[in-house]
Design a protein. Sequence first.
Length: 64
Amino acid sequence: MLLNKVQNVFWIYFFACVFFMTGSSLLASDWVPLISRKLSDNWTTKGAWTLQDDGVIHLPEREY
């Protein structure tokens, strides 16, 4: 029983390390810096949502 727990912890640790060493750098390479730019230059929204330059997504007034 203890061996199964140790193996599970090892595999979780292993996959987490592999993800952070490979996947996180790939995800970070897609980021766009917003220094001295407006959010609306890089982001668009569809439908009734609006993205303001203060970084807040505004929804239309109705019940959700």
